[in-house]
Design a protein around this ligand. Structure first.
Ligand SMILES: CCCCCCCCCCCCCCCC(=O)SCCNC(=O)CCNC(=O)[C@H](O)C(C)(C)COP(=O)(O)OP(=O)(O)OC[C@H]1O[C@@H](n2cnc3c(N)ncnc32)[C@H](O)[C@@H]1OP(=O)(O)O
Length: 194
């Protein structure tokens, strides 16, 4: 059974996404948005270390190798970890819009089990934008970039201001992030009007 709920149907008046003119070029690695992000950060020993690359239009590709630390059943990836890989890939699309956005809703289908050691080949694209709402879809394939779909997701991201993180994040991590010039530079790179 798969399909998208009414909550993820773009409203009338939604428009096609527009790639920002200063978006990373197709083929360029996007890098981590935060060193300690469980999805993409290098500072998380059991994190996914997912590497996303800009594609054409408002699309990205990404890869993630399932590690022993990511098991749910013996030798198989945990579904929540696979959902994280989809969420992270979908989130990286915001680099191409130069928008800061967080996941509001994520609907996931798990079509095939994914063994430890597998490379999950992810593709994602923004399908529509309606005000602050960004609609997107992603697939994760195994056995190669053209292999069978193991997981897929549809999502709604909601654009937020940097204040969202400053107001809600734990103070110690916020202070550390704001005093790290590299983090400030990467955060600014998300924004159209820094
Ligand atoms: C120094 C610091 C550095 C920081 C550097 C950061 C760098 C950049 C980091 C990016 C990180 C990404 C990482 C991976 C992606 C995550 O994992 S993000 C983390 C997981 N997500 C969250 O924590 C979000 C938690 N939720 C919230 O904060 C709030 O509910 C939201 C999503 C911001 C929305 O709240 P709001 O701004 O008050 O907006 P609201 O009016 O409720 O909703 C806006 C619209 O969206 C719709 N909507 C909202 N939620 C839903 C939903 N679940 N279903 C359907 N529609 C919805 C509403 O109906 C509304 O529609 P309209 O009425 O406009 O038609």
């Amino acid at each position: 059974m798969s399909g998208t709920s009414a909550a993820l149907q773009p409203p009338a008046g939604a428009v096609k996404p527009v790639r920002h003119p200063d978006a990373p070029a197709p083929g360029e690695l996007l890098g981590a948005h935060y060193e300690h992000c469980f999805g993409c950060g290098g500072g998380q020993s059991h994190g996914l270390h997912l590497e996303a690359r800009a594609g054409e239009g408002v699309t990205v590709t990404a890869e993630f190798v399932v590690q022993a630390a990511h098991q749910g059943a013996p030798g198989l990836a945990h579904g929540g970890v696979l959902a994280t890989a989809l969420d992270e890939t979908l989130g990286s699309l915001n680099w191409l819009l130069r928008t800061i956005a967080v996941t509001g809703r994520l609907e996931t289908d798990f079509a095939r089990p994914v063994p430890v050691g597998t490379t999950l080949h992810l593709e994602a694209e923004v399908t529509a934008v309606a005000g602050r709402k960004i609609y997107s879809t992603a697939t994760g394939r195994i056995g190669g970039p053209s292999g069978p779909v193991a997981v897929r997701a549809d999502a709604l991201f909601v654009e937020v201001d940097v204040k969202h993180f400053v107001e809600h994040g734990r103070q110690a991590e916020i202070d550390a992030a704001m005093s790290d010039p590299d983090q400030v530079r990467r955060t600014r790179a998300f924004e159209v009007n820094p």
